[in-house]
Write a protein that binds this ligand. Sequence first.
Ligand code: SF4
Length: 214
Amino acid sequence: MITEENLPEHQFWRLNRIQYPVYSLGPGKRIGIWVQGCSLKCRNCISSDLWNFNGGKEISLQYLAAQIFNISASFDGITVTGGEPFDQYFSLLNFCRIIKKLTDLNIMIYSGYTIEEIADNQMSEIFSQIDFLMDGRFETAQHSSDHMRGSRNQKFYVFHCGKPSFCSEDFSNAPWSVKTAEDGTVYLAGIPGPGEISEIELDLKKRGMRVEFQ
Ligand code: SF4
């Protein structure tokens, strides 16, 4: 049971949105969380609307964890992406601790930092709380078409007892998950291959829809 008393500091998290079900961005059926704010600013990032640390909305970890707990039995895992999850490290760490304590959900993080940078910046405590990590900046020149990663330099790790190893699992069979908002905006969760954004945008615009890639 989560209460205000047993939550550590960093009880709040600045997020852009939550979307589920998501069948891309990790293995199985997932809950997707997009954090707000990114200091890395990769060239040609498709999520530059998530760079601003004043955007999105601050959410209490207690509230968020309670919502996820209520639906957790229907999902395999949670994917945290963004934005840059490690730019709000302590909120991320506390969230992962709570989820691991309360549920059986696996946790995957997409980060622009490499695993070495995460360890060098004293953030490796999180390795004992997560199951998968896709790491590294988006590099336009290495744009990937596998729908698992944005660029080929990014590496996929699985964690056992806090220890990372390369993972060869292919979860790319569902490249997109779609959600429509009341204002007609279509949110696409997934990783576009080269040239796919303009094709999809054109197609949806013909149908009078606006699309947000995340
Ligand atoms: S780390 Fe991710 S969100 Fe941040 S700029 Fe790079 S691709 Fe975009």
